[in-house]
Design a protein around this ligand. Structure first.
Ligand code: SDX
Length: 431
């Protein structure tokens, strides 16, 4: 970051405090308040971090007003149409697009790590068959630290590299195992002759009883969905991973924490909630009823897949997913899918409604993804695990960036205390 000559002056109790201002390569300037408490004895107050930069980063930039998303400077729509998920993983991890040789080496390293320790199969047997796959994912990914002892030392750059590749490689295998376990089918081992997305579909949908050929349309659509969910600057789950990592916790525990945070319906769980909402609406004629509910302050109902903390324009990922939904459903011969018609009419209605216009609520990444995933054969319970396996590279890239940052220290926010001031204990006889 560039320290500017500019500074902000805070006047407090007759005292002036000069706060340095740093300018980014893109986005708003930041006011450095790191010394504020020591100098002025006050905290800043920002629940939900609506105006707070928690770190500096070079990985992803979002312009919420323009609806732009850049990974290492490359626009997401170009990456979605011209690149593929493992190449985007390389870009996020190492900062540049790989040469052909670098990409081949990286893909080989990931492919060679897709199997999990055979004993990890036993973990699944401890879960109920009807456990949500996210519960299984949190548990099994956290348990990876019980197996891969040679990639736990976060101070060793080589072990960090191995942990990163293991997580990117094994998340699809574990997510597929969670799915197979939930439907009572045998686990399917990864295959080294399939690319990343095709391998995931193979592990989810093939059965020992017959040959399974990955449909290239589905494989391309799967890869595009993974690319679109890979990273998104300091969202809630990434911030969770960074905070967990700041204590020096091992990478598998930190990614398990990110998975747990992503599960919430306000975050990654919105793709499942959105499809369930579209199914509940059912037909276009019921849309006005749900738009009214979404606007009703006394009704907790919100349009799932709509709104965003940063985007005050359409999420660029939603644009790509909407186009992809059209293509995939047409190619699969289900382009008259009623859910897609409801989604499109819901989007059209909302975007012409003063409430949504005034509050700048637009479709986000979760609005169309579920329609594609359901058409591909996934149950709604697998939508967020797919988001998690894709976002693992974003989490681990941000984790590596933070661990390597010399100014890295444990995250420890303060509070605005509104509780009781000191008082003496009262014996039970006097209460
Ligand atoms: C993801 O951060 C990321 O980058 C996340 C993500 C990523 O890639 O990591 O992009 C992935 O999580 C996308 C978001 C998925 N969540 C949903 O689709 C759930 C529905 N959306 C909302 O819950 C909400 O929009 C959030 C959580 C996404 C954002 O919430 P904010 O920024 O805290 O905004 P807010 O709740 O303060 O809402 C502002 C106003 C409120 O009205 P007022 O109190 O000002 O009167 O807009 C209203 C809200 O009631 N509002 C909605 C709404 N979202 C916000 N009203 C109806 N329907 C909605 N969806």
């Amino acid at each position: 970051m560039t320290e500017t000559q500019k500074s902000a002056t805070l006047t407090l109790n007759g005292e002036n405090y000069e706060l340095p201002i740093f300018s980014p390569t893109a986005g708003p300037d930041v006011v450095d308040i790191r010394k504020l408490y020591a100098q002025a004895g006050v905290f800043t107050y920002d629940p939900g971090f609506t105006s707070t930069a928690s770190c500096d980063s070079t990985i992803t930039y979002i312009d919420g007003d323009k609806g732009e998303l850049l990974h290492r400077g490359y626009p997401i729509d170009q990456l979605a149409s011209k690149s593929h998920y493992l190449e985007v993983c390389y870009l996020l991890l190492y900062g540049e697009l790989p040469t052909a040789a670098q990409l081949e080496d990286f893909e080989t390293r990931v492919t060679r790590h897709t199997m999990v320790h055979e004993q990890m199969h036993n973990f699944f047997r401890g879960f109920r068959r009807d456990a949500h796959p996210m519960a299984t994912l949190v548990g099994v990914v956290g348990a990876m630290s019980a197996f891969y002892h040679d990639s736990l030392d976060v101070t060793d750059p080589w072990q960090r590299e191995v942990a990163a590749v293991r997580l990117i490689a094994k998340l699809p295998t574990i997510a597929a195992m969670a799915y197979k376990y939930s439907i009572g089918q045998p686990f399917v081992y990864p295959r080294n002759d399939l690319d990343y997305a095709a391998n995931f579909l193979h592990m989810c949908f093939s059965v020992p009883a017959e040959e399974y050929h990955v449909n290239p349309i589905l494989s391309r659509a799967m890869d595009r969905i993974l690319t679109l969910h890979a990273d998104h600057e300091q969202n809630a789950s990434t911030s969770t991973v960074r905070l967990a990592s700041s204590s020096g916790a091992n990478p598998f525990a930190c990614i398990a924490a990110g998975i747990a945070c992503l599960w919430g319906p306000a975050h990654g769980g919105a793709n499942q909630a959105c499809l369930e909402m579209l199914k509940e609406i059912g037909t276009v004629d019921r849309i006005p009823e749900y738009i009214a509910r979404a606007k009703d302050k006394n009704d907790p109902f919100r349009l799932m897949g709509f709104g965003h903390r940063v985007y005050k324009n359409t999420d660029p990922r939603a644009k790509v997913l909407k186009q992809s939904a059209d293509e995939v459903l047409e190619l699969l011969g289900v382009d008259d899918n009623p859910l897609l018609q409801v989604a499109k009419e819901l989007e059209r209605t909302a975007l012409h409604d003063e409430y949504f216009i005034q509050k700048k609520l637009f479709p986000n990444v979760d609005f169309y993804s579920g329609i594609i995933l359901e058409a591909m054969g996934f149950p709604t319970s697998m939508f967020t695990p797919i988001f998690a396996l894709s976002r693992t590279v974003g989490w681990i890239s941000q984790w590596k960036e933070m661990i390597a940052d010399p100014q890295n220290k444990i995250g420890r926010p303060r509070q605005l205390y509104l509780g009781e001031t000191m008082r003496d204990y009262v014996d039970i006889e006097q209460r």
